[in-house]
Each structure stands twice: as C-alpha cells, then as structure tokens.
Ligand binder design. Structure first.
Ligand SMILES: NC(=O)c1ccc[n+]([C@@H]2O[C@H](COP(=O)([O-])OP(=O)(O)OC[C@H]3O[C@@H](n4cnc5c(N)ncnc54)[C@H](OP(=O)(O)O)[C@@H]3O)[C@@H](O)[C@H]2O)c1
Length: 177
C-alpha cells in the first residue's frame, strides 16, 4: 500500500500562483507530446485523493482527465456537481481514517493531490513516495507545496529524469528506518 505525490512545482516551490493559476505549467513547450511518465504512474494507482481546490481546478478544465475514482476532501462542498457524480465523491474524514477506509475497500495505491491535502498527509507521515517535477520558473509567490511539520521526514532519492532539457522529475521514497 503506497501513497504517492506526483506534482509539478516552480523552482521556488509553488504549485500554483497566488490566485491558483497554473498557466505557467500549461505554457511549458511539449514538442514531442510527451506525458512525462504520467500514464505509467497512473497505471499503478487505484484511487485519487484531492483537496476541494484542486478538484475545482480540474473541473474548470472541462475535460475530466482521470480514469480512477476520485475522493474529494472538503468541509464546505455539499455535493459533487452534475456531470461528475460518477467520477468523484466527497469525503470528510481525518486523513488517517480515510486511508484506512480506502485501503479496506481495495484502493491500495493512492495518488494524493493538492497543496493543503499533501501537507495534511505529510503531517501524519502518510506519504510514501514524492514524485516532484521542477519547472524552471520562479513565481515569486503562490501556493506552496510544503508547509510546517512537527517532525522531520527523511526521503531517499530513487531516480531523476530530465525532460526536454528543462523539466527535472525526481522520485523520492520515504525512509523510515
Ligand atoms: N502544480 C501542480 O502539479 C498542481 C497539482 C495539483 C493542484 N495544483 C494547484 O494547487 C491549488 C490547490 O492547492 P491548495 O493548497 O489550495 O489545496 P487543496 O488540497 O487542493 O484544497 C484544499 C481544500 O481541501 C480541503 N481539505 C484539505 N485537506 C483536508 C482535510 N484534511 N480535511 C478536510 N478537508 C480538507 C479543504 O476544503 P474546504 O475548504 O472545502 O473544507 C481545503 O480548503 C490549485 O490552484 C491547483 O490548481 C497544482
């Protein structure tokens, strides 16, 4: 059972501009129409857990990109919008309980997405792999990937791939010994 983070950040560690914008991400040239390993990553995933803000961003795309069930953490959203009810469900539990519940339902490998959501998981030491793609831009401000932790969490570097001599994707596994 593995909980993964797979996310892109600016060089200064932001996952979105202060207004939530990810234009800087979408504007990256992709001359070879590469998915940068995302499809291969998704093949390992049983379900996605994301925060309400990330869910709303994905809905705004107009095209639903996931073929796995999505669980949306929220205390404010009362209902999944029409058109997405067969794709996503609202969850309101503590993240530890959520992981136990999803694992018990057969969702063993989880993709955890959204800054605050990832931070909630890290605070409970529930992330096993971090896959972070650094985009060569300094945003100067924005929504941070990481936040405060009560204890240090060590990770082991597993692999780094460079795409288009521009994006640097590094995979880190949690080192608990
Ligand atoms: N660069 C990338 O690859 C990437 C990837 C994903 C997202 N993003 C961007 O990141 C931004 C969203 O990140 P974000 O930091 O704002 O956070 P987020 O995790 O997407 O959403 C935060 C919201 O999720 C709910 N939530 C989170 N943890 C919870 C918990 N433990 N229990 C209950 N509810 C919880 C809360 O919703 P309520 O307020 O409804 O209670 C909270 O306000 C968006 O702009 C998105 O586009 C970028």
């Amino acid at each position: 059972m593995t909980n993964f983070v797979y996310i892109a950040t600016s060089l200064d560690g932001y996952i979105a501009a202060a207004d939530g914008g990810i234009d800087w991400l979408n504007e990256m040239p992709n001359p070879s129409d590469n998915d940068y390993g995302f499809g291969e990553f998704m093949d390992k995933i049983d379900a996605i857990v994301m925060g309400r803000n990330t869910f709303e961003t994905v809905v705004s795309f107009g095209v639903w990109p996931y073929e796995r069930p999505v669980f949306v953490l929220t205390n404010s959203l009362e209902d999944i919008p029409d058109g997405y009810k067969d794709k996503a469900a609202i969850v309101q539990s503590e993240v530890v309980d959520l992981v136990h519940d999803l694992n018990a339902r057969g969702y063993e490998n989880l993709y955890v997405d959204g800054g605050l959501t990832i931070q909630s998981f890290l605070q409970q030491d529930l992330i096993d792999e971090l896959i972070i793609t650094r985009i060569p831009i300094l945003l100067g401000s924005g929504i941070s990937l990481f936040g405060q932790l009560d204890t240090r969490l060590r990770f082991r570097h597993m692999q780094t791939d460079v795409y288009d001599n521009s994006m640097v994707k590094s995979r880190y596994a949690r080192s608990r010994e």
